[in-house]
Design a protein around this ligand. Structure first.
Ligand code: F6R
Length: 366
């Protein structure tokens, strides 16, 4: 049932071109300029007129929420707050009927996320679910929702569910921007085709697997890792670090690259591998200077860059070249080599990648 793969995790990583396409199938038609999310139909008014979007989730799903914050703010100019469900539910948060709450959950069973939904519901907010498991508790507790259609995710470390969540949230952001008039028609049309082109680019990125396996072999004995990115790639840095720690048990931290100089830079020496997500986007130049800062302190640099990059190649110990895409959709591609890196390191360390210690696929207790 692993389809010829050694582990579910690698199978699920490799399925992403298809799972992202499945998520967009029947919803996104770039040529026809159409975007339809059935679940949103009855709530489009609430969504469009919301004063604020609150996103609540845990773990990897919370990282998808962070990507969505950038998407919604950029395309739809609506304020967004991304909340850990466990903090949100106990904080006596300010919520009202003009808030549109999006709860993200692969399993649809996460206890804290479910409790956050109940709380926001009591306060009169509209709750929209982005779940993978059909008929799950969260899917039933929300007013409406869109499934991610990634198919069953067996590996405990979430991979294809994450990219499917971002796909749904990207479609929602584009719809909202178009409806609110913050995205001009021509930009909207262009973004639709950019999004539609992502599965083919993920397919191409997957071909880097052998190169990444070789990098993994060089760093498998490291005790620490740092992951750094800015803008849309900041949540990807967090996700890369989470993937590594949960399956390989190597301590890893993700940071916005510019925060490095406020503390973590003290950790850098020749023993410290630093993974940069340094694709060609609006923060590229800034990331390049952050890379120089690490290089000056002899950190080992593994950089995910855009194909054809020349600048970072001269500074990094390893470059992983991924296809060019619109910066808003780059996380769907840039996360893939990080998933593969953590996978290979964990396998080489003899870890049980599909069922890491102390972790469960759905966290039904708080
Ligand atoms: C990480 C991971 C967890 C989950 C988190 C939320 O790989 O799997 O961090 O993302 O427990 O789970 P869901 O999305 O099912 O609510």
């Amino acid at each position: 049932e692993k389809g010829g793969f050694e582990h579910f995790m690698l199978k699920e990583i490799s399925e992403q071109p298809r799972s992202i396409a499945d998520c967009m199938r029947g919803r996104l038609d770039a040529k026809g300029g159409r975007l339809v999310l059935g679940g949103l139909r009855d709530y489009m008014n609430k969504f469009q007129n919301a004063d604020r979007i609150i996103i609540t989730a845990c773990g990897t799903s919370w990282h998808a929420g962070l990507v969505a914050e950038y998407l919604f703010e950029e395309f739809a100019r609506v304020p967004v707050e991304v909340e850990y469900a466990s903090e949100f539910r106990y904080r006596n948060p300010v919520i009202n009927s003009k808030d549109f709450v999006i709860a993200i959950s692969q399993s649809g069973e996460t206890a804290d996320t479910l409790a956050a939904i109940e709380l926001a519901k009591e306060k009169g907010a509209t709750i929209f679910g982005v779940c993978n498991v059909v008929g799950s508790s969260i899917a039933r507790a929300t007013h409406a929702g869109s499934y991610t259609h990634a198919g069953p995710e067996i590996g405990v470390a979430s991979t294809k569910a994450f990219t499917a969540q971002i796909s749904v949230l990207s479609m929602m952001a584009l719809m909202l921007g178009y409806q609110r008039g913050t995205l001009p028609e021509s930009t909207y049309m262009q973004l639709l085709s950019e999004l539609e082109s992502i599965p083919a680019k993920v397919e191409k990125a997957l071909k880097l697997n052998n190169q990444i396996e070789k990098i993994a072999a060089q760093y498998k004995d490291a005790s620490n890792f740092l992951y750094l990115g800015r803008g849309y790639n900041f949540p990807v840095a967090l996700e890369g670090a989470l993937k590594l720690k949960e399956i390989s048990y190597i301590h890893a931290e993700g940071y916005p690259a510019a925060e490095m100089k406020h503390g973590p830079i003290a950790l850098i020496d020749e023993e410290m591998p630093v993974v940069f997500i340094a694709t060609q986007d609006s923060s590229y130049e800034k990331v390049v200077s952050n890379i120089q800062e690490v290089k000056a302190r002899k950190g080992k640099i593994i950089a995910v860059v855009t194909e054809g990059d020349q600048t970072v190649k001269k500074m990094a110990d390893h470059v992983i070249e991924i296809p060019m895409a619109h910066e808003a959709f780059v996380p769907l591609i840039s996360v893939v080599p990080l998933q593969q890196l953590s996978y290979h390191i964990a396998v080489m360390r003899g870890c049980n990648v599909d069922q890491p210690r102390n972790l469960a696929k759905s966290v039904t207790v708080e």
